[in-house]
Design a protein. Structure first.
Length: 179
């Protein structure tokens, strides 16, 4: 019997109404085979990282738990929220704590990176930042995709993309994890 791919997916946003989480959930549904666990980074909220806090607190258990989730996966999908052209503070803070425990946070796992925003650029700036940085932290990026103008390209009732070309691109991107 063939082993099922175990995928961990999360939106790099702390918003309860995150469009990136909606995109991520939809993207996960397009994976043709495998089990997907969708994490909420709010479940791993930590004090703001600093070397002083690290000296005081050591390595927080929530950061260790998040790392264990990533390390237990065969593949990872992240949908990046763009805050002022970069990562959200919630994601960056969690990542900073994790990288102090394990510098190769993503442990050479195959990854798909997504981004969306209400604007026409669809989070392209944060996606470019992640594409440049994540390989240094052990991410093996297999595909990436920016979804522009989320509110125009996503049907809130169906919780699905409306643009057929974007649907095909997204399905192709997430299924690169199966190769």
């Amino acid at each position: 019997m063939e082993k099922k791919l175990k995928v961990v997916a999360f939106a790099a946003s702390s918003s309860k109404h995150s469009i990136n989480k909606r995109l991520l959930t939809y993207a996960a549904s397009l994976l043709e085979s495998g089990d997907v666990e969708i994490l909420d980074i709010n479940d791993f909220e930590l004090p703001l990282f600093s070397v002083d806090r690290e000296a005081e607190l050591g390595q927080p258990e929530l950061a260790r738990q998040f790392l264990r989730k990533l390390q237990g996966a065969d593949a990872i999908i992240i949908s990046l929220a763009e805050h002022n052209l970069t990562y959200s503070v919630a994601y960056k803070n969690l990542f900073d704590w994790c990288s102090r425990i394990e510098p190769k946070v993503y442990k050479d796992k195959p990854m798909v990176l997504l981004a969306t925003s209400p604007g026409a650029r669809g989070g392209q700036t944060v996606l470019a930042t992640a594409l440049a940085a994540i390989p240094f932290f052990g991410g093996d990026i297999k595909a990436s995709l920016s979804i522009p103008s989320f509110n125009s390209n996503f049907d809130s009732d169906a919780e699905a993309l409306t643009d057929e070309e974007l649907k095909v691109k997204l399905k192709t991107a997430v299924n690169t994890l199966l190769a």
